[in-house]
Design a protein. Structure first.
Length: 216
């Protein structure tokens, strides 16, 4: 029985790719770089803003300024909710899951941006404030399992009774390191680059958030 569902944010609960791509391309343009395709940016997301910025500049063939990360975060801060939306069915599914299990969010996105997105999309009501962990908190970023283990301990749930729901290799590795079950959202942009040869049959795969309701 799954007693705790821990959700990734980008590509799992919300489709934030448009705003991330626009922000990255605005930064590139300010440095004389040509814009990247949205799908290309999507393949760079998952390990935090610093990794995304480094990958964007490398892909564009432009030298990364020393303040690139700060500039990206400032730009993205003005675009967080321009196009970002919850995936279809997410509010209803999370609400139903919350009636039978504990819920949490574990993301590599900074916590302030995470909370603003959850607030803006009326999703924060579904998660206790201390059950939402960002990538700039006291724990190392995913795939380090410390944040996941903390969320399990918070509600006294054994790792084997928890499931991490994400869309990327980073999420898969986090669950493996933390000893939890893993569900991969094939609809998320993080799954585009998932190395399928890493799948070992122990994963649950979903094509829409509603598929989570079939789990027990």
């Amino acid at each position: 029985m799954i007693r705790l569902f821990v959700f990734d944010l980008d590509g799992t609960l919300v489709d934030s790719l448009h705003d991330l791509s626009d922000s990255a391309n605005e930064l590139l343009a300010s440095c004389g770089g040509a814009p990247l395709e949205m799908d290309a940016v999507g393949r760079m997301v998952g390990e935090g803003a610093a990794a995304l910025v480094a990958r964007v500049f490398a892909a564009a063939g432009v030298e990364k300024p020393v303040d690139a990360l700060d500039r990206f975060l400032a730009i993205y801060d003005t675009r967080l909710l321009n196009h970002t939306r919850a995936y279809e069915g997410v509010p209803e599914v999370i609400s139903e899951l919350g009636a039978r299990a504990s819920l949490a969010v574990l993301t590599n996105k900074p916590i302030e941006a995470t909370r603003r997105i959850l607030d803006g999309l009326n999703l924060s009501r579904l998660f206790d404030a201390d059950a939402v962990l960002g990538g700039d908190g006291p724990h190392p970023r995913k795939p380090d399992p410390a944040g996941l283990q903390t969320l399990c301990a918070r509600v006294n749930v054994a790792a084997s009774d928890a499931m991490l729901v994400g869309d990327s290799l980073v999420d898969w590795e986090t669950a493996r390191h933390g000893g939890t079950q893993i569900c991969l959202a094939r609809y998320g942009f993080g799954f585009w680059e998932f190395p399928h040869d890493r799948l070992d049959g122990r994963e649950r795969l979903i094509d829409s958030p509603g598929d989570l309701l079939t789990f027990s």
